[in-house]
Design a protein around this ligand. Sequence first.
Ligand code: EMZ
Length: 384
Amino acid sequence: MEKCKFSDPFKKAREEKGYGEMNDQDDPVTILLRHKDVRKSAHNWQTFQSGAVPGRIVVPSEVKIRDIRQIPFEVDPPLHKDFRNLLEGWFKRPNDEAYQEVLHKQISDLVDEVLEKESLDVVTEFALKLQSRALTILLNTPYSESETFISWGTHVFRSEGESLDASKANVLYDYLDAKINEASKNPGKDLYSMLLEAEVLGKKLTHEEIKGIMILTFAGGRDTVINAVTNTIAYFAEHPKSLEDIKNNPDKINKAVEELIRYFSPLTHMGRVVTQDTEVCEHAIKADSRASLCWASANRDASVFENPDEVDFDRKINPHVGFGFSHHNCLGATHARQILRTLLSILSHKVTTFEIIDSKENIEDLGEFKRKVGFHSLNVKFNK
Ligand code: EMZ
């Protein structure tokens, strides 16, 4: 297998002490770096709480730009389970054949379209379009809505060069208010209408709860999917044999997708608020301070993954935490996996090579760590 240079900035700290620290808007975060600690803390919701002030578990904190709780990800057990039970069936629809057919057609058409271009920016002209169009299948809303989603850019709460953007968040909020009101007047077969019909603990959901679920559906799977798609194209550009490997061995696709998610970890980490004084790796964490579960670091832990810095489509055991871990594992994972599997299959059939013309990396600033999470732009030529 070829060596890759996608850096693991956490290696030294993970091996030497197991944690790192960053100051995020004067609300410091202890970043937990080891696979075992990350999984243990994700499981321990009593001490590592998600249901804090809305926005506080996200790093960078969104406390200043939103006060609506995202559901179910900012809710702790036992109520968390009731919301998950309500949503699980809807978010498993990507396993249905009919869903997959529509997704396949969307991605196939998009690949055909870009194959005709001299070159294109994969972030805005490929990944953003792909994510926005696929979202209409997940929501079961008209395809034409994707034009609106595309116009919002790659992140719902952030702009390039600006880590938080309240006015951008309001665009989404106003859109969702309008859609929820529309569905309550004219129910259809979309996610809004399903939520308006639903009950949790014998009660109808409030407008605010529905909005909280919808915000998460829009925000959680946006930059993450865009990063996964863009990183995948960049990877195949640099490793054409891997694409050929998929073409010759399509049965490897599922494992390849898991390995790419492990390796690229599209979501670097997710925070928790610590409810009582605790200790991780002999390091004291004070009550009411923040800790984060660093999926990206855990996914390179050499005590779990042999040759963690190599992409190996034949990796036998792959307990990666790229979709989080325990009860808060990613609700959109079925959709995200289906997107990537379909994408790999189509690319391996339609594209021979990719040529990178230029690129601008997206480097996250995590205090003592700088991590490349994806690209701001990636100019590529797709060859037939
Ligand atoms: C939150 C988060 C969820 C947050 C799984 O991640 O994704 C981030 O991109 C959003 O900014 O609000 O939805």
